[in-house]
Design a protein around this ligand. Structure first.
Ligand SMILES: Nc1ncnc2c1ncn2[C@@H]1O[C@H](COP(=O)(O)OP(=O)(O)OP(=O)(O)O)[C@@H](O)[C@H]1O
Ligand SMILES: [Mg+2]
Length: 249
């Protein structure tokens, strides 16, 4: 019997990944171990090129591990949605159609699709823009669509790869706040990659700090600060400093 009654939703067990580099194998990940619990806001921080995106791609099923394994709790694989750094919207589809895309793929009937898409678009405040194409939107609006598209399918897990790094700091700040609101209202587990320590400490319940390539988890930092978090509080700085000290290898 374990003392912790909550089972992890995701378990990385000694996950390794190599890519071919000419004749050689170049290891991107080596023995990556971590657990993510249901409803957790989990953040991966690490140096550039350490393997953060590769971890998310393995988690999403876009890549397979070369060694080790990923275990999900429950019998079926949870539904996972992805939010990309560069938004990755379909340029030939309108805002409405972009958000609708996943539901169409799932074969959701038209009437229900319309209802669910409208609800998502309202949530991100883009009702007036639902017939616009991505090229007619600002970066912040594009990422709102990216988030709405991911949430429309009602995923258990949402993966976010530096979702705010291409936005100006003001827009990024607003979107972080909105994301926290959405996450708090839903039964949703977030795994996010960030290279900004301040962002990671503002959002995360726990931070996994990765080593340089090949990535493994150097340390898991628990962040129990109450939300909304005060970026100027001494306790906030303390966790920032702790994270930064580990990142200076
Ligand atoms: N499809 C691929 N083929 C070959 N090498 C790859 C592939 N994908 C990733 N790599 C290599 O794996 C390593 C980790 O890449 P990854 O993109 O996961 O890093 P990252 O931590 O997300 O970096 P960044 O912070 O710059 O986004 C890099 O050395 C990269 O060149
Ligand atoms: Mg990356």
């Amino acid at each position: 019997m374990t003392n912790n009654p909550i089972k992890p939703l995701i378990k990385f067990e000694k996950v390794g990944k190599w890519f071919a580099d000419g004749e050689r194998r170049s290891w991107a990940l080596k023995d990556v171990d971590f657990e993510v619990f249901p409803k957790e806001f989990f953040i991966l921080v690490g140096p550039s090129g350490s393997g953060k995106s590769t971890i998310l791609r393995i988690l999403s099923g876009l890549e397979t591990p070369s060694s080790g394994r990923v275990v999900f709790s429950g019998r079926a694989r949870p539904k996972i949605a992805f939010v990309f750094q560069n938004f990755a919207l379909f340029p030939w589809l309108t805002v409405f159609e972009n958000v609708e895309f996943g539901l169409k793929m799932e074969g959701v009937p038209a009437e229900e699709r319309r209802r669910r898409v409208a609800a998502q678009i309202e949530m991100i405040g883009l009702e007036k823009f639902e017939n616009y194409y991505p090229r007619e939107l600002s970066g912040g609006m594009k990422q709102r669509v990216g988030i709405a598209r991911a949430l429309a399918v009602n995923p258990q897990i949402i993966l976010m790869d530096e979702p705010f790094s291409e936005l100006d700091s003001f827009t990024a700040k607003n979107l972080r706040k909105e994301l926290l609101n959405i996450w708090q209202r839903r039964d949703l587990t977030v795994v996010m990659v960030s290279h900004l320590i301040e962002e990671a400490v503002e959002l995360g319940d726990r931070l996994a700090v990765l080593t340089p390539q090949p990535a493994s988890v150097e340390k898991i930092i628990r962040n129990g600060l109450p939300r909304p978090r005060d970026r100027r509080a001494p306790e906030f700085f303390k966790i920032e400093d702790e994270t930064e000290a580990i990142l200076k290898f």
